[in-house]
Design a protein around this ligand. Structure first.
Ligand SMILES: [Mg+2]
Length: 142
């Protein structure tokens, strides 16, 4: 069975490390980084199934900008936004930009795992649909 491949992006080092460890402990393949720029480099290299993305990050790229770019690079990758109360409105914007869902910090691990499972499922359905479409196009050509 295919296992999900997850990328966690958060500028808070302790949070990032703790979350990655908790996911890895549950045998979920997890990579991590601390900025949007780094996330884009990693997404270009690796077809992650789901990106867990902090909205508030200092420096050049916040979560929303990063989300836009991830969707340009790999539209099939699902994104779960992490948000604080202060940026709830921004997460609504993120939903319109194609984020799968958002979670309010502090997050509960079981909530994240449930969202990860749902996002992974949706991604699989979307990929299968695209593959079926390709097969149908082949039929048309014959
Ligand atoms: Mg942050």
């Amino acid at each position: 069975m295919q296992q999900p491949n997850i990328l966690v992006v958060d500028d808070e080092g302790d949070f990032l490390e703790t979350l990655m460890n908790r996911l890895k402990k549950r045998k979920i393949a997890t990579a991590g980084c601390a900025s949007g720029e780094e996330a884009l480099r990693m997404v270009k290299e690796t077809p992650f199934d789901v990106v867990v993305l902090d909205i508030k990050m200092p420096g050049g790229m916040d979560g929303i900008q990063t989300l836009r770019e991830i969707k340009k690079i790999r539209s099939e990758t699902e994104v779960i936004l992490l948000t604080g109360h202060a940026s709830l409105e921004t997460s609504m914007e993120g939903m319109q930009l194609g984020a799968y869902d958002y979670l309010l910090k502090p997050i509960k691990l079981e909530d994240l795992l449930e969202k990860l499972a749902q996002a992974f499922e949706r991604k699989g359905t979307a990929v299968h649909r695209a593959q079926s479409e390709e097969i149908r196009n082949l039929i048309k050509k014959t």
